[in-house]
Design a binder for this molecule. Structure first.
Ligand code: PLP
Length: 406
């Protein structure tokens, strides 16, 4: 890196998945059809009642600065709804509004982690955890998942063997990006016990809490002793298709929320004023829009799983949450005879137009990993395109079958 820049920037990571968008755009600009499975964004419009609430607030002059911690009625609304859905009691003093869920990651780390402290975090996982831990001088302690064909389980042995006396934080992303993993009660009990035993602070990333096709979401804060040591990353982005609005919150113990609000003052002054009124409408208003978003995503998930299952060498489970699938494509990978997942991705894109991220976009791969995974997001692609794209993939990957000589 150029010497003119601050040395700490060496440790700042990024979302390398954006590079996938760039290569897909480049391929499209040459006149090719692209099937965008790489996007973590949504092609679904925000429900109209929410858009109208923002308009109203703008016209009513809700356009000036507001307190850094957020407007009181939105803090009260989030406290009420987040508490109700998770079976715990929160008040407005437990909520600091944020411009999106993402800022909660860096602010939580800045509030609690000293340089040298260990932070356990999921890998594969949302890449900003690793970036923020490293940037602020922490020790990144990744933990992986074990795939069973039925789904993914946290690798408990790895968690237990990574922790040391200087470990302070456990980052937990139930309803997980990129894997779509979901803990059962027993796994959540184990996490609760583990974090209590080691006196860890918990960041519970619940960005996908409401993107659920069957069953019921549960938060780690509902386990005894966890509400006092957990900050929830709350986000409007996925539930209400509001990714570009930038609205979320940190929900947790008052003393941490106050520090996070102080970081708000220093970083952005406050979250957009009129959008906070749209947030109130999102939670208190008609939920039909949110239900339709889940219905749309569910149809896409079903078609994508059905189509991928037709492909030889693709091992896939069907998550009940998120809008991601994380198939094991180890067999296909070896069949194609590439040297890296990146080469696999590019070769597939150029041969079929199907664009996806790979495991390598979600944290530094762990030593000893042998299985190869890719991630399909179905939040930005229609059912017709899913069928067409996966059909092309099937044909291409089938051609790559080794020739059997008798
Ligand atoms: C696991 C996870 N956490 C947090 C976020 C941040 O979302 P936002 O900042 O839009 O609320 C995302 C976005 O994709 C995510 O996948």
């Amino acid at each position: 890196m150029d010497k003119m820049f601050a040395t700490r920037l060496r440790y700042l990571g990024t979302e390398t998945a954006f590079a996938v968008s760039d290569s897909a755009a480049e391929f499209k600009a040459k006149g090719n059809k692209v099937y965008p499975f790489h996007l973590g964004d949504m092609d679904i419009r925000t429900p109209l009642n929410i858009i109208e609430a923002a308009h109203r607030a703008m016209k009513d002059g809700k356009t000036g600065y507001v307190p850094a911690v957020g407007i009181l009625p939105l803090r009260e609304t989030i406290a009420e709804y987040v508490g109700l859905e998770r079976g715990v009691q929160f008040g407005h003093e437990n909520v600091a509004i944020q411009p999106g869920g993402k800022p909660v990651i860096g602010k939580f780390i800045q509030a609690l982690m000293n340089p040298g402290d260990g932070v356990l975090y999921p890998n594969p996982g949302y890449p900003i955890y690793e970036s923020q831990i490293n940037y602020h001088g922490g020790r990144a302690l990744p933990y992986g998942y074990i795939s069973s064909g039925e789904g993914f389980k946290i690798d408990r042995e790895q968690v237990e063997s990574s922790i040391d006396t200087n470990t302070k934080i456990f980052i937990y992303n139930n309803y997980q990006n990129p894997i779509g993993a979901e803990s059962d009660i027993e796994e959540m009990e184990w996490i609760a016990d583990f974090t209590l035993r080691h006196n860890l602070w918990v960041l519970s990333d619940e960005a996908y809490f409401k993107i659920r096709y069957s069953g019921k979401s549960k938060s780690i804060v509902s386990f005894p002793g966890l509400r006092e040591r957990t900050v929830i990353l709350y986000s409007f982005s996925k539930t209400y298709a509001m990714t570009g609005w930038r609205l979320g919150a940190a929900v947790g113990p008052k003393k941490i929320v106050e520090i996070i609000a102080k970081l708000n003052v220093n970083q952005e002054s406050c979250t957009n004023h009129f959008i906070q009124y749209a947030g109130i409408e999102a939670l208190r208003g008609n939920q039909r829009g949110a239900e339709e978003i889940v219905d749309t995503l569910q149809e896409r998930r079903d078609v994508l799983v059905e189509e991928l299952k037709k492909i030889d060498g693709v091992v896939i489970s069907k998550p009940n949450t998120t809008f991601y699938l994380f198939p094991d494509i180890t067999d296909v990978y070896h069949r194609i005879g590439v040297k890296s997942l990146e080469e696999f991705r590019i070769k597939t894109l150029e041969s079929t137009g199907v664009s996806f991220c790979t495991r390598e976009h979600f944290g530094t791969p762990l030593t000893g990993e042998t299985q190869k995974f890719i991630r399909f997001a179905y939040s930005g692609i229609s059912v017709e395109e899913i069928r067409e794209g996966i059909g092309r993939l099937k044909d291409y990957w089938a051609i790559m079958k080794p020739v059997v000589t008798i």
